[in-house]
Design a protein around this ligand. Structure first.
Ligand code: DX5
Ligand code: ZN
Length: 217
């Protein structure tokens, strides 16, 4: 089994010193930087947009894993690509034309991801699976950090892992991930763990990241 990747979500960072926070998790061993964009329409919360991504871009060479919780996403994909995203993940539930969005993201030279809300079945991505670089399984209802992990999603992670088969697609899990449940999530099939409060809520980011990674999975 490959070593699990850790993608700290800056939604839980201190925004008054965001660049410093990004540098700190980079140095602490993060593999990706998870960037949650929320529009107050697709999800009941507003976070930030492309200017923030552009401004933190020079502070880390790590993969910028941009999770768009916006509807529509299509008109903004080019500007997210230009702002410094490496992976752009859209929600299967958001725009009508998921297949077109995924092709568009790849045509912009970025990796294409799709995210599934807890109520969305794995079948939602069957028809687009060959256009995907990443699948982001939401284990909370998106909108806020610090929510409780929905354990019914473990079964869905197993099913999606089966669906991926031998394809080169990363399976990422987002929401309520912590050092106590990380091993069962990795055992179910996760390649990437997104963690907001489990990293930024701790004093020592390095040991918080190690605690998520040092699991028996
Ligand atoms: C939720 C976001 C998550 C969130 C994770 O809508 O997509 O990335 O920040 O935060 P925790 O790990 O605290 O659940
Ligand atoms: Zn996220």
């Amino acid at each position: 089994m490959n070593r699990v990747k850790i993608s700290p979500s800056i939604l839980s960072a201190d925004f008054s010193k965001l660049a410093e926070e990004v540098r700190a998790v980079d140095k602490a061993g993060a593999d990706y930087i998870h960037i949650d964009v929320m529009d107050g329409h697709f999800v009941p919360n507003i976070s930030f947009g492309t200017p923030i991504i552009r401004d933190i871009r020079p502070h880390s060479k790590k993969v910028f894993d941009v999770h768009l919780m916006i509807e529509p996403a299509t008109p903004y994909l080019e500007s997210f690509a230009n702002s410094g995203a490496d992976i752009i993940t859209v929600h299967a539930e958001a725009d009508k034309h998921l297949d077109r969005n995924l092709e568009y993201i790849r045509s912009l030279g970025k990796k294409a991801g799709v995210s599934l809300n807890p109520s969305t079945p794995p079948s939602a991505i069957e028809q687009v699976i060959d256009k995907l670089d990443l699948i982001l399984v939401m284990t909370v209802n998106p909108g806020f950090s610090g929510q409780k992990f929905i354990s019914s999603q473990l079964e869905k992670i197993v099913k999606i892992k089966e669906l991926i088969g031998g394809r080169c697609i990363e399976l990422s899990v987002d929401g309520g991930v912590n050092a106590n449940n990380a091993s069962s999530i990795v055992e179910a099939g996760a390649d990437v763990l997104v963690a907001g409060s489990a990293v930024f809520g701790e004093k020592n980011y390095g040991s918080a990241i190690s605690a998520l990674r040092d699991i028996d999975g």
